[in-house]
Write a protein that binds this ligand. Structure first.
Ligand code: GLN
Length: 495
């Protein structure tokens, strides 16, 4: 019988192999190791934190799950990790496995081998690219995990592991010490089993500008957001309007996920929320735009891994080595297939003959995606408006001058991923295009820089699947830029 390895840690962590073999005996060992870790944590009052391997922790390697960075140490600790240590009494448990440089949706494209989902979903995708972080949290080995989300890499793993995954507004959490994939989209995000843990940290970090990170939002703009107060405490959703984007009801949507989504909307209404259909017409082009912009930025970012500036130099002895061509040998041996594909794609779309037809068009689509969201949210985008927006205005009747249409909703509600977690065998058979399709619901919020949460969503069980059927998917809530705190508060009523 095939034994799937969870394989969630790359370095640090509980002697990683304890957690990687799901044979019965090993599982018992792993369980007792976790139990003693939990006991220690309680006694010493700290919280174990799993950190994705593209975020720097001094003293541990930061490899982005790539051969080209094997053994590479960044000599300082990322701001976010330090913040977790300060505000959350966190102790780094280990660095977690991921898709190489964050490129993927199933954590299978890693130089350290794929991550598997955990019992009873072993052998299924844990989502990606922060799949190691999600598995570590799900298996209860870490209380919380840090990951990154460029186009869904926090939210999809959360959806597949029945955890909470939050991608904050672009520019909220510091990226200093985080290895870039696509700078204009990269965010640091959080995975946890309890939503309150995420909410608490966002409240702590809402106002924390990091001067070391040029994309960290300045304080003047942070203050333009609607702030932390301002949400009902009675557990009801009266006065909130939720938009259901009609374009998201795609053909590829698994019928169980569609049912779960419908049930979630019913629950919102039972709690007093209003549910209205909305249109986000540019959504259908968002995925293509994302897969032009992200690889273009990646190709540019990854050019520094040449064996001279960064990256493990290749000795040129591989069978396909080209005599004396250092760059080619280093990059050929150091990068995996998906990363190479992205570099080729990105270099092509940035080339002079393709630039106008691809890269420039994709940037235009990105603007349209942003406009779609700005049009449907009641709140205006603080990056655009001069005026300070105050929640006391929010009785539903306020339409700001510079809106492009009537404002309607507080939050957008849709699934996180179109299907429940697929088996790793099915993932292996996917074409790259099939794999990219998995991100249809997550990339729009990334292109627009908006906060988005994936929370567990009940879906109908399939008796034939037996215990491997956990009966959950991910429900995604998307909010206006910098409306993070309110989004998390409202999600708390839905949880
Ligand atoms: N699956 C997407 C990609 O491969 C998103 C990954 C991410 O958010 N890091 O680009």
């Amino acid at each position: 019988q095939h034994v799937h390895e969870v394989n969630c840690y790359i370095s640090g962590g509980p002697s990683a192999e304890n957690f990687s073999d799901l044979s019965r005996e090993k599982r018992e060992q792993a369980k007792s190791a976790i139990k003693s870790a939990v006991r220690e944590e309680k006694e010493l009052k700290f919280n174990r934190l799993a950190v994705k391997d593209n975020i720097a922790v001094q003293g541990l390697p930061t490899t982005c799950a790539s051969r080209i960075l094997r053994g590479h140490e960044i000599p300082f600790t990322a701001t976010v990790v330090k913040q977790w240590e300060t505000y959350n009494a966190a102790i780094v448990r280990g660095k977690t496995n991921m898709d190489e440089f964050g490129m993927g949706s199933h954590s299978t494209a890693s130089a350290y081998g794929p991550v598997s989902n955990v019992h009873p979903l072993e052998g299924r995708s844990p989502g990606g690219s922060s799949g190691g972080s999600a598995a570590a949290v799900r298996i209860r080995d870490s209380k919380d995990a840090l990951g990154t989300d460029t186009g869904g890499s926090i939210r999809i793993p959360a959806a597949y592991t029945c955890t909470y995954g939050f991608k904050p507004s672009y520019g909220m959490l510091s990226r200093w010490g985080v290895v870039p994939y696509a700078n204009s989209l990269d965010t640091v995000g959080i995975i946890a089993r309890q939503l309150e843990r995420i909410t608490k940290m966002i409240q702590n970090l809402y106002h924390k500008h990091d001067p070391n990170d040029p994309t960290s939002l300045p304080n003047s703009v942070r203050e333009r957001g609607i702030g932390l107060q301002s949400h009902p405490k009675n557990g009801r959703l009266d006065g909130f309007t939720f938009g259901v984007p009609i374009e998201y009801n795609i053909e590829e949507l698994d019928s169980r996920i569609r049912t779960g989504w419908t049930q979630a909307l019913e629950k919102i209404q039972e709690l007093g929320g209003r549910v209205v259909p909305i249109s986000l017409p540019s959504t259908k082009h968002a995925l293509s735009a994302y897969y032009i912009i992200a690889p273009a930025e990646a190709a540019s970012n990854l050019s520094k891994y040449d064996g001279i500036r960064y990256g493990k130099r290749d000795d040129g002895t591989a069978s396909d080595a080209v005599d004396g061509v250092l760059y080619a040998n280093t990059r050929g041996a150091g990068f995996g297939a998906e990363v190479k594909r992205r570099i080729l794609l990105g270099s092509y779309t940035l080339s002079s003959e393709a630039m106008n037809n691809h890269f420039i068009q994709a940037q235009k689509v990105r603007q349209l995606v942003r406009r779609d969201f700005d049009r449907v949210f009641v709140l205006s985008n603080p990056l655009k408006d001069e005026e300070v927006f105050d929640l006391s205005d929010m009785d539903g009747s306020v339409v700001l001058e510079n809106k492009l249409g009537p404002s309607q909703v507080d939050f957008v509600v849709c699934p996180t991923a179109p299907t429940p977690p697929p088996s790793l065998e099915d993932v292996a058979k996917q074409t790259p295009l099939d794999a990219y399709m998995n991100d249809v619901f997550t990339v729009p919020a990334s292109l627009a820089g908006l906060p988005a949460l994936s929370m567990p969503m009940d879906i109908p069980r399939v008796p034939a699947l037996g215990t491997a059927d956990m009966g959950f998917g991910g429900l995604q809530l998307i909010g206006q830029f910098w409306d993070d705190a309110r989004l998390l508060a409202v999600a708390g009523h839905l949880a």
